[in-house]
Design a protein around this ligand. Structure first.
Ligand SMILES: *Cc1c(COP(=O)(O)O)cnc(C)c1O
Length: 360
């Protein structure tokens, strides 16, 4: 077993079994005589990898036939603008602002239309999720956008807004496949894969075909059009072949774990261990409204920036790495995605207890 636990927000830990398998297949993929990195994306051996990847994702998430899976280069940030370019025929959309990434998503969309900020939690530094039942959506909005799990601030929507039939689009970068997903509740879900699914370099979207307008402006570059990806099975160009292969190994691993309900149970146990410790601690605290806490990203502070620094340094000496909070919030943050074993969270809590005893 690897002895370092990496709490990075992303790129983040990958399941050890997946890395083992990838390393076994690195030089010679299943007798093909080639590494997956070297394969033509048009070869039948790669096509099999790609199709199996999609099939396994469909199985995991239970994706209906009117939804398309696409892989796009550039992660979530590239999709911020593409969503507005493709899905805003009436040039208007509603955004709920719950952190830095939803802000960025709205800023990109503003380049292509009129964006209504229908709710925001910025007044309390994004430590909560606005009450979705109180939000008035604009009837003319092409879609409603949320960031479902807020990586930097450690909040998560526990209830989806009722958008009265307006397609809901969710950035799931940091909670992708961490729990069962009912895709029929969404027009589109998307995210960068490097948090919970694979190595960096690709955005994964699941889109209801019905929300894609028939006419898209000729000004939209080919590589920014969703129909380019749909019509060419994400292979209009050379896709990030190796990253997609790695995502496929993770999908298979998730199925072997028992699927998304099973992984959700594990994620709840891990998060509970950490939050329970923080809540009874006299030294550490978590600023987030309890009902809105993320299972994936857990920010915490001692209240003393010097002590926070000492904690991060000493944790790192104990093989608990990348615990510094995002520069916007400071303090610490433990990202405990699917691939973080329970033993990793236990090691963190044990170390926090020790640190608390020594620094009271
Ligand atoms: C990391 C992250 C992003 C940015 O992802 P990139 O793939 O780096 O563009 C966007 N949204 C959320 C919620 C994230 O966690």
């Amino acid at each position: 077993m690897r002895k370092t636990f990496n709490f990075s927000a992303g790129p983040a830990m990958l399941p050890e079994e997946v890395l083992q398998q990838a390393s076994q297949e690195l030089l010679d993929y299943r007798g093909s005589g080639q590494s997956v990195m070297e394969m033509s994306h048009r070869s039948s051996v790669y096509n099999d990898i790609f199709q199996e990847t999609k099939t396994n994702l469909k199985k995991l998430v239970n994706i209906p036939d009117n939804y398309e899976i696409i892989f796009t280069p550039g992660g979530a940030s590239a999709l911020f603008g593409m969503i507005a370019q493709n899905l805003m025929p009436k040039k208007s959309a509603d955004y709920i602002i719950t952190g830095n990434f939803s802000k960025k998503a709205a800023q990109e969309a503003k380049k292509f239309g009129y964006i209504n900020i229908v709710a925001s939690s910025e007044d309390k530094n994004f430590t909560y999720i606005p009450d979705v039942s109180k939000i008035q959506f604009n009837e003319t909005a092409d879609y409603v956008h949320i960031c479902e799990n807020n990586t930097i601030f450690g909040t998560k929507f526990k209830q989806l807004p009722n958008t009265n039939g307006i397609p809901l689009i969710a950035d799931m970068s940091s909670c992708y496949l961490s729990e069962p997903i009912d895709v029929t509740q969404y027009g589109m879900i998307y995210g960068g894969v490097q948090k919970n699914i694979g190595p960096a370099g690709v955005g994964l979207s699941i889109i209801n075909k019905d929300i894609i307008p028939i006419e898209i402006s000729d000004n939209v570059p080919t590589m920014n059009r969703f129909d380019t990806y749909i019509d060419n099975d994400s292979m209009y160009n050379t896709p990030p072949t190796y990253t997609i292969y790695m995502c496929g190994l993770v999908f298979k691993w998730l199925l072997d774990q028992g699927g998304l309900s099973a992984i959700q149970q594990k994620n709840i146990k891990k998060a509970q261990l950490l939050y329970d410790y923080i809540d009874q601690s006299a030294l550490f605290s978590n600023p987030v409204n309890k009902n809105d806490r993320s299972l994936m990203n857990v920010p915490f502070v001692t209240g003393d920036p010097q002590l926070d620094k000492k904690f991060i340094k000493e944790a790192s000496d104990h093989h608990l790495v990348n615990l510094a909070g995002h520069r916007l919030v400071g303090g610490m943050r433990a990202s405990i995605y699917n691939a973080m074993p329970f033993a990793g969270v236990q090691a963190l809590v044990d170390f926090m207890e020790k640190f608390e005893r020594e620094n009271r």
